[in-house]
Ligand binder design. Sequence first.
Ligand code: UDP
Ligand code: MG
Length: 334
Amino acid sequence: MLLSVVIPLFNEEEAFPLMLKRLQATLDQLEEGIRQEIVFINDGSNDATGRLLGEAAQKDTRIKAVHFSRNFGHQAAVTAGLDIASGDAVVVMDADLQDPPELLPQMIEKFREGYDIVSPQRISREGETWFKKVTAQAFYSLMKTGVDKRLASQVGDFRLYSRAAVLGMRGLRERHRFLRGMVAWLGLKEALVPFQRSARVAGETKYPLWKMVRFAWTAITSSSALPLRITSFAGLISMLGGFIYLGYILYVTFVTQTTVPGWSSLASLQVLFNGTILLAIGLVGDYLARVYEEAKDRPLYVVDKTSNLAELPQVEGALWLPERKNPSDVRRVA
Ligand code: UDP
Ligand code: MG
């Protein structure tokens, strides 16, 4: 069997050498029959990652490298990895050793039992702030109850995909990607493997708070129309409230006849309804913007150059620029 390991890289010059060493050591210890390839996606790094990757690819022919033309984001990088990987089993992991390569044999074992998806589940998270832990927990519960109950909690993008699962994922080409949601949507047989998530070995997280918030929003809106429905529900509730209030107005006007200039009630009604309407319009606008972006149908990523890649994959929604000269090789004509 062929095992592919897919790793996205964005400014990982510090973690890359450490990670490569540990990964190679683990792969070398795997049993004889397992052929291997390592697919790295350089997601527009602007540090030494690209150079280090090029050098590593020359030394180790298992390494296949793809360099994006700019930063397209983690989810796009993993997508490219799944497009390129030709393994019978494909494992996606982080470059910072938060996802231990030593878990590979256990994951392969589950794969051999016939599972299409093997997801390591974090039973503990080291080196993360309590804020990140609490918000992550809240996010998982919200996603599970409101969006998709098939989502496993405390499972990130560290995962083994069978060939069938990879082909399934290649069929889903939406621009706003939440891979976990897409995996759950496919509905394949999934095994969970518990593990302790350690801290990043080097470098800083590429997911600061604002990116996490944006990611969470994409997760929710790309997997469900729940926010739209919440708005309609809120609209319904405030309308009901409005009718009850109308009853009260009619009562004080015609029965008790104690009406006073009702400026305050009018004003508060205004504020209430204007708020609801604006919120609803905003939400509709957000979905509309997403539909617009999907309708443009641009590729998910642009590949600038590759190393050790024999043939380009036949997938939709990806742009592969042809081989060409490196600017440093081009001599200027005065
Ligand atoms: N990454 C990427 N593109 C990005 C951000 C991150 O390819 O725009 C890579 C990064 O190099 C790492 C993985 O995605 O291998 C996960 O990122 P990180 O470890 O910073 O996220 P965290 O584990 O803190 O959520
Ligand atoms: Mg990480």
